[in-house]
Design a protein around this ligand. Sequence first.
Ligand code: GAR
Length: 198
Amino acid sequence: MLKIAVMVSGGGTNLQAIIDAISTHALKNVAIDCVISNKADAYALKRAEDNGIDSVCIRPRDYPDKDAYGRYLASFLKERGTDLVVLAGFLVVLPECFIDEFENRIINIHPSLIPSFCGDGFYGLKVHEAALARGVKVTGATVHYVDSGCDTGPIILQKAVYVEEGDTPETLQKRVMQQAEWIILPQAIQMIADRREK
Ligand code: GAR
């Protein structure tokens, strides 16, 4: 059983996609051990609670600096025996000390086809605003391993989504979520769980 921790900052629709995939057995040999949010009012925490999943809010501002925050997160997850950390709309850049501790065991979902519209400042709706401003006809989502750079780690899965005439950042975000993110995030987790079973 792959024990995952899902880290969130907002609505948690990607968390919900993982919960649903586990409950319909589309995702096998995977258990969500806990959900961590950096925001106390994140709706994702309510989704965790509704599904009987341990959840906790751990905020950077409660620690003297980013490294102290990272060290606490790492010790928290190590104590719980976390195998894989899934960043599902987690909008805090994690410090290197955390990434080193969980090397090759952190994945992230990003709402574009990396290397387009990624890196510093590209998150959430901003990604779709930039894609529309550039006039791309195809966008999508990427699941990748997290390394010490911003959206630079090895790519695990990508899925393309067409931009449609009249799209707004909001309609494009919704379509990218529905047609790409909610599909490839559970798939990537399954790939990692399967590899571990062998
Ligand atoms: C998702 O679109 C995710 O790809 C994005 O934040 C949204 C979170 O939605 N993540 C990033 O932009 C990371 N750079 P959710 O809380 O409903 O899953």
